[in-house]
Design a protein around this ligand. Structure first.
Ligand SMILES: Cc1cc2nc3c(=O)[nH]c(=O)nc-3n(C[C@H](O)[C@H](O)[C@H](O)COP(=O)(O)O)c2cc1C
Length: 357
């Protein structure tokens, strides 16, 4: 029944302005209209251990969908194996003027220049704290899954060496892991923080202020020059972080885009991002050589995509665009396809497949 409601909602969602559609999707999730995980427990072949955490399946909802930590539990109920809330900044901010979100339907892609619209860390932290106190419900649908907090800086008045440690302090008791977003193309100067020395300084400041922090990851842009990936990864490790998320959206425009919106300014995600995100993942995996947890993101829309990323070295995966196009049913489909793709390639579990490419 909930699935029927959810399918009808998705038809409506696709006809709306994309930002109104996102708002409606959040409202529907808050009302419990997202539907459930079906029969509950995930196939044990899909379970993952990483960063000292247990994930019932490797499929997470990427940052930016639930910027204000409002629908973490409903997203878990849909069947995601983990949920990343944010990006949240120290102070609330409006983001860029609308329109700032574009569906490239012909390309199965999205361009966004939202610009970290969010309600700020105060409200975010209250919601995370409340969720943390709730008892985990049941062992299947709606059970507790790892929750990440994705952190960013305001457009005006930012001081990254001050702001990131403060933000970490606000969520460290409630988040299972923390991500520093240094890769959004829509906050001027943010991506410069990926420079090795700058990055290491920020990570060290966090380490000194918060030795008791949960596992820390850095989210990287797919547009890093190949030669810069090595120093960035070494800085992540030297700074004491546990992992990286590869990747955020791209400012590049791959050949062959057909949508009339392809020329809009902002970060491109979805199907056309896949080759680039995969290439960067392979480079990162080679350099990290088992020293980091790798979260793969960018253009994932099938179980085969998931097995490909895991074979390339990913521990976990995330998606946003394919979820926006397909709706909650995608999670169940991806789990089913991943088990099938594993078996077709002669693996019993995800862990068997990891890094075999
Ligand atoms: C509308 C929109 C908003 C996003 N906002 C954020 C954000 O606030 N923080 C972040 O780290 N990534 C953000 N992202 C990037 C996604 O988390 C993800 O890295 C990217 O979309 C690639 O995955 P996909 O191809 O599955 O969409 C956003 C993406 C979209 C489409």
């Amino acid at each position: 029944m909930m699935d029927i409601v959810s399918n009808m909602l998705m038809k409506l969602v696709r006809r709306l302005d994309p930002e109104d559609a996102h708002r409606l999707a959040l409202d529907a999730l808050m009302l419990g209209l997202g539907g459930g995980n079906g029969s509950g427990r995930d196939d044990p072949a899909l379970s993952v251990r990483a960063m000292g955490l247990r994930f019932p399946n490797p499929i997470g909802i990427a940052a930016g969908f639930d910027k204000n930590a409002q629908v973490i539990r409903p997203l878990a109920r849909i069947g995601f194996g983990f949920v990343e809330a944010g990006t949240v900044t120290p102070l609330p901010q409006e983001g860029n003027p609308r329109p700032r979100l574009f569906r490239l339907t012909e390309d199965r892609a999205i361009i966004n220049r939202m610009g970290f619209n969010n309600q700020g860390i105060d409200r975010f932290a209250v919601r995370m704290a409340r969720l943390h106190k709730l008892p985990a419900k049941g062992n299947g649908a709606g059970a507790r899954v790892p929750v990440g907090a994705n952190l960013g800086i305001n457009k005006n008045g930012a001081d990254p060496e001050r702001d990131y440690p403060r933000l970490v302090g606000r969520v460290k008791h409630y988040a299972d892991y923390i991500v520093l977003n240094l890769s959004s193309p829509n906050t001027p100067g943010l991506r410069d923080l990926q420079q090795a020395d700058r990055l290491q300084a920020i990570l060290q400041a966090i380490g000194e202020a918060h030795p008791d922090r949960p596992p820390l990851l850095v989210k990287l842009a797919p547009d890093l020059a190949r030669d810069d990936i090595g120093p960035v990864i070494e800085a992540v490790i030297a700074g004491g972080a546990q992992g990286v998320t590869v990747t955020n959206t791209t400012i590049s425009r791959p050949d062959g885009l057909r949508s009339p919106h392809a020329g809009e300014t902002g970060g491109l995600s979805g199907r056309p991002l896949r080759p680039l995100a995969e290439t960067v993942l392979r480079d990162v995996a080679q350099i990290a050589a088992g020293r980091l947890t790798l979260v793969a993101c960018g253009g994932i829309e099938t179980g085969a995509d998931i097995v490909d990323r895991v074979r390339a070295g990913a521990d976990l995966v995330q998606l946003y665009s394919a979820f926006a196009y397909e709706g909650p049913g995608i999670v169940r489909r991806l789990k089913r396809e991943t088990v099938r793709a594993l078996n077709a390639e002669g693996f019993e579990t995800l862990a068997d497949a990891k890094g075999t490419a």
